[in-house]
Ligand binder design. Sequence first.
Ligand SMILES: [Zn+2]
Length: 140
Amino acid sequence: MNFRHKLTNIFLKYQRFMQGRYGFDEISYILLGVSLIFSLISNFDKLWFFYFIALIPVGFAVYRSLSRNITARISEREKYLVLAEPIKSFLKLQRNKYRDRDTHRYFKCKNCKATLRVPVGKGKIAITCPKCNTKITKKT
Ligand SMILES: [Zn+2]
């Protein structure tokens, strides 16, 4: 048996082992990231015990990936997506604000809190919120 055959064999065994198991998702990567941070912290002399704390999230990630209770893992992921949504949209807004920093200004509608984007250099303008039709006057 040559090397390539051996590799294929290992891969097939792994595939068979993972059959009916949940595998990795975003939560797994976050857990591994948290673990990485903990293990970096453990490099400080007085914080050596973080090395062991770092094993906890890894354990959870492995447990979840090998879990056969896929329904429970999917509902965990759905909860995660609901929790992560405001953070994701905040980061997206910050990225867009930075991207448009020379061409647009961002305002928040005082009535419905919607984000409004207007081009700069138009002087004092009346902005109508497309969501609730509230009018606000701003300098751009
Ligand atoms: Zn509005």
